[in-house]
Design a protein around this ligand. Sequence first.
Ligand code: PMP
Length: 357
Amino acid sequence: MSFDLDRLVRNNIRDLKPYSSARSEFKGSAEVFLDANENSFGSPAGNGLNRYPDPLQVRLKKRIADLKGLGVDQIFAGNGSDEAIDLLYRIFCEPARDASIICPPTYGMYEVSAAINNVGVVMIPLTHDFQLNSRAMIDAFSPNTKLIFICSPNNPTGNLMQRQAVIEIIENFDGIVIIDEAYIDFASTPSFTGELQKYPNLVVLQTFSKAWGMAGLRVGTAFASPEIVALLNRVKPPYNISTTAQQILLEALDQKTQIDEWIKISKTEREALRIALLDLDLVQTIYPSDANFILAKVADAVGIYKSLVAKGVVVRDRSNVELCEGCLRITVGTADENRQLIAALRDFGSKLEVSII
Ligand code: PMP
């Protein structure tokens, strides 16, 4: 594999003279700030919100760097990891010419983001046990294939991709391999961030929306080489993470012990939920999960989905997704929520029996 980042980047991005914001031009301390056309009198919301935020989120990234054992220059912070997905397309994929490889069933935004950017998608479905078909993926490489998205643990199937197959793809592809680790905190294997030094074509996505419990805050990260991170920073909107989000996240990062505790409980509840679901006649298969959700094949997915909604319990109907026919994706809830779910399913099951009799 011959990886040449410069060759991969779109010409317009390589030649881009990025926007230089007031806050990036002057970084020192001063008494009077008249450089950014902010409201000099204050903000109705207080908290210094009349001022623009730090465009590169330096304090926040120092904290994330400590937490993840990475350098600040290996970290990009985005408005959710969805922002990083979009930016990667915009940096590397020439519209109407280039393509990405996606392995369905997987997270929907890889395909939607491609469509928004008018970029092609080559679908190489997962095998029947939801693993990468690495041979078919390698056979599909073409000079216009710029990105490969691998989700591990995968949404909606819940499983990790075999490490050796992922490594094989990284080592054989001269474009960018993106490993989406949104659910890695619930898995028992280490993150691919440990491989970043070795592989300059690797990008690892993580998010504060799942284990960290801040889906509403909208902060996700991309970990990569300093060169790829610099490209992401050039293309992002200047102030993509609000002051409020930066402050709240900085404080929340001190709560690692609480997060670890929730992760532990989630894993215990996942196992309890798996056993309780398997006990129900209407559940046919429970797929192994390293995430905070379970994919379950059931007797009548749409019927069960509707009946649950009527009882105020919402799960995700994945029954029209290829390889997930008949499946519901169920987020692991609190012990009480899981009990309500099981009770509602039992109720549906008993009515089904009565109607069959
Ligand atoms: N990747 C995966 C696999 C996801 O499931 C999700 C959200 N459901 C995301 C990324 C997006 O996360 P964020 O909230 O950080 O945009």
